[in-house]
Design a protein around this ligand. Structure first.
Ligand code: PEP
Ligand code: MG
Length: 282
């Protein structure tokens, strides 16, 4: 069942059934590009754009964002960059986005939820900046929203992204409700990427920030893997890419299982890519 390697050591993994599975990098900005390229990544499966602005007291301007996004796109000629719109709240507070005190921040106004209503203009600016950065860029740009829960949210986001000029709009699947309704959610978008860190947190009801619950934060638990299988199957039926960009993608044993379940790309910290490639192709 060992997957075979493709080409020069940077190409896709070939699954046992012949499907190509891309190994992509998770980055937080231009500073991570060199490491991703050195690790053999031909693209980015998760660009956590909020990491650029965790210490910023005012919202980033359109021009600042275009420059920052272009830096990442310039690093992957001929490749793909999947950018995530700002994932605000809970473990990633943005100083310029006062979301207020909440009893359960992980279950609160976070991710894409923070950008409906009062702060929608910030999402509009970001989508416009992403679209502008992609014009004449050497890499292809796809854009996805974090923490999407319903098909209605997915449709809302995709309509906004497409209207802004983004060619491919997707969602992260990291809420069990979205995984369980993957058919309906994927019908509204061009692709999906499964965030196993949050999907595990919400499926197991175990806070990802609590070390004392580490044993429950297991992306390999059958409950999580059955949700992954549902999403991958929906993607196959609809002919839409479904990647994984959580930490599980970097675990050799889990990665092999994710490929068997039908995911079309695995995205991880650059440092993990060479070892995973070696494990999957040995
Ligand atoms: C995830 O939740 O799995 C994910 C990739 O996003 P983040 O870790 O940034 O929440
Ligand atoms: Mg997440």
């Amino acid at each position: 069942e060992a997957a075979r390697t493709g080409g020069d050591g940077t190409g896709p993994i070939l699954a046992a059934d012949g499907r190509e599975v891309r190994l992509l990098a998770n980055v937080g900005g231009g500073a991570d590009v060199a490491a991703a390229v050195a690790a053999g990544a031909r693209g980015v499966g998760l660009f956590r754009t909020e990491l650029l602005y965790l210490g910023t007291l005012r919202p980033p301007t359109f021009e600042e964002q275009v420059a920052a996004y272009r830096e990442v796109l310039d690093g992957f000629p001929g490749g793909l960059v999947v950018a995530r719109t700002l994932d605000a709240g809970a473990d990633k507070p943005l100083p310029f986005l006062p979301l207020g005190e909440e009893p359960n921040p992980a279950l609160g106004v976070r991710g894409v939820r923070a950008f409906r209503g009062a702060y929608e203009h910030l999402l509009d600016t970001q989508l416009a900046a992403l679209a502008a950065a992609a014009v004449d860029a050497p890499a292809e740009l796809w854009v996805m929203a974090p923490m999407v829960t319903t098909a209605e949210e997915a449709a809302w986001f995709a309509a906004k992204a497409h209207a802004a000029g983004i060619a491919k709009a997707g969602v992260m699947i990291e809420v069990p409700a979205a995984a369980l309704t993957a058919q309906e959610v994927l019908a509204e978008v061009d692709f999906a990427s499964i965030g196993t860190n949050d999907l595990t947190q919400y499926t197991m009801a175990a806070d990802r920030l609590l070390g004392s619950l580490g044993a429950l934060q297991d992306a390999g638990h059958p409950a999580v893997l059955r949700l992954v299988a549902l999403v991958a199957a929906a993607g196959a039926v609809l002919g839409k890419p479904v990647g994984v960009c959580g930490e599980a993608a970097a675990d050799p044993r889990l990665a092999a299982e994710l490929i068997r379940l039908g995911v079309t790309s695995l995205s991880m910290a650059p440092a993990a890519i060479p070892e995973l490639r070696a494990a999957l192709t040995k």
